[in-house]
Structure formats: structure tokens, C-alpha cells
Design a binder for this molecule. Structure first.
Ligand SMILES: [Zn+2]
Ligand SMILES: [Zn+2]
Length: 222
């Protein structure tokens, strides 16, 4: 299993990065992205801390790869491009944007701004539009299905529009606490529950493997 969107107590998760990674390794994860919430107030602090953890500790795990990521969260759309650039400059290897989930007042225009800024993953896009799905396909932005119960209420819509417009999907946990870790069975249920098929699940797992393989290509330091 691969999970590219998790949180630690560097934002609103409950575990240290070390405990999160160890629990994920024990659960059978092959790779994990640590993507704590950030805005202009804490981008440098959060990304620098995750990068330092990945550099100093990530290499010591035997069975799991650890990816420094970030989730740009509740930032006004006009500020998203500079936040994306800032996150990459600080060393985030995956930049996620907290999309327009139906359960929070995320600023209108956030999905479009994130896709235009070419984030790597648009998390829980909520009431994604066909135009946004098409632009995500064009800009190589992955659209997220999530097991997080509230954000996941729009999974079916996201899955349908992604398939229709050729956008690629990922499936993440949005981990905040130990009960949020995935199992293979849960991943299958979430994908089938979104109206997709077992073939689609295979493609999603392949998409995620490709993201990780690209990040860990020889000569590239994560
Ligand atoms: Zn989020
Ligand atoms: Zn999140």
C-alpha cells in the first residue's frame, strides 16, 4: 500500500512523524507522504521539519519510503501559486492542495487555482466541475479519493468525472489518528463504493506506484 496524504502533530495529527511511519510500516505500507497543513504562517516551519525528518530518519526504515509533502490548506486562491512555489523551494516533493470538500467552507476557486498552479494532488475536490477535471488531466494533477469520512462524501462524483475526462486518481487516508490507517480491504471498499471497479483500483495503485518510483529514481534525493 501507498498513502500520500497523512498528518502528524506538526499540524493537526496526533502522532509524531516517527510513530506514524513506524505504524504505517507495520501495517504493510510501502511508501507514505507526510503532508501537514500549511498556510503562509507555518509553511517554512512545517516543510523544513518534514524534510529534516525524511533526510535524517526516513532512510533508516527498512520497508517503507517516506516522502516530504505538504497540504496547502484554506489559503485564498490568489496566494496558492506562491505557496506552491514556496513549498517546492523548501523541499516538499509532493505538493497537495486541500480542495473544496463539501464539509468545510473552502474558498471558491480553490480547485481551479490549485490545478492551474500544477499541484501534484488535489485532495478531496468536493463538487469538482467537468472543466476542472479536464484541466487536471491536461496539467497532470492527480485527483484524490479519500477514506476520510466527511471529505469522501463526494468520492463518487470525483471518480466519475476523472474517468470521463482522463484525469488520474489516487486514494489516500488523510490520516490524523491511528484508526485512519488503510488496509487492502478498506482500499477496495472505498474504490468500489465510489462506483469504480477492481480494474480501476489496479490503475489507482499503479498511479501511486508511479508517483513514488519517479520520486525515488536513482540520482534523485528525497
Ligand atoms: Zn485536506
Ligand atoms: Zn489532509
Amino acid at each position: 500500500m501507498i498513502d500520500l496524504h497523512t498528518h502528524t502533530f506538526l499540524s493537526d495529527g496526533v502522532l509524531t512523524p516517527a510513530e506514524l511511519v513506524r505504524r504505517a510500516e507495520e501495517a504493510g505500507y510501502l511508501a507514505i507522504g507526510i503532508a501537514d497543513h500549511a498556510d503562509a504562517s507555518n509553511l517554512e516551519q512545517v516543510v523544513s521539519a518534514i524534510v529534516r525528518f525524511c533526510h535524517e530518519t526516513g532512510r533508516l526504515y527498512r520497508h517503507i519510503k517516506v516522502i516530504p509533502a505538504v497540504e496547502i490548506t484554506h489559503v485564498p486562491p490568489a496566494q496558492i501559486p506562491s505557496m506552491v512555489a514556496g513549498a517546492r523551494a523548501l523541499g516538499a516533493r509532493l505538493v497537495i492542495c486541500h480542495g473544496q470538500t463539501i464539509c468545510e467552507p473552502v474558498y471558491p476557486g480553490t480547485n481551479h487555482a490549485a490545478i492551474t498552479a500544477k499541484v501534484d494532488i488535489l485532495a478531496h475536490p468536493g463538487l469538482l466541475t467537468p472543466e476542472e477535471a479536464a484541466l487536471a488531466a491536461k496539467n497532470n494533477v492527480y485527483l484524490e479519493l479519500t477514506s476520510r469520512y466527511s471529505h469522501g462524501l463526494a468520492n463518487g462524483r470525483v471518480a466519475k468525472l476523472a474517468l470521463e475526462h482522463g484525469a488520474r486518481l489516487v486514494l489516500n487516508s488523510d490520516f490524523h489518528a491511528p484508526g485512519d490507517l488503510h488496509s487492502p480491504g478498506l482500499r477496495k471498499k472505498i474504490v468500489l463504493g465510489a462506483g469504480l471497479t477492481e480494474e480501476d483500483l489496479k490503475q489507482i495503485e499503479l498511479n501511486m506506484r508511479q508517483i513514488v518510483d519517479t520520486l525515488f529514481m536513482p540520482g534523485i534525493a528525497v
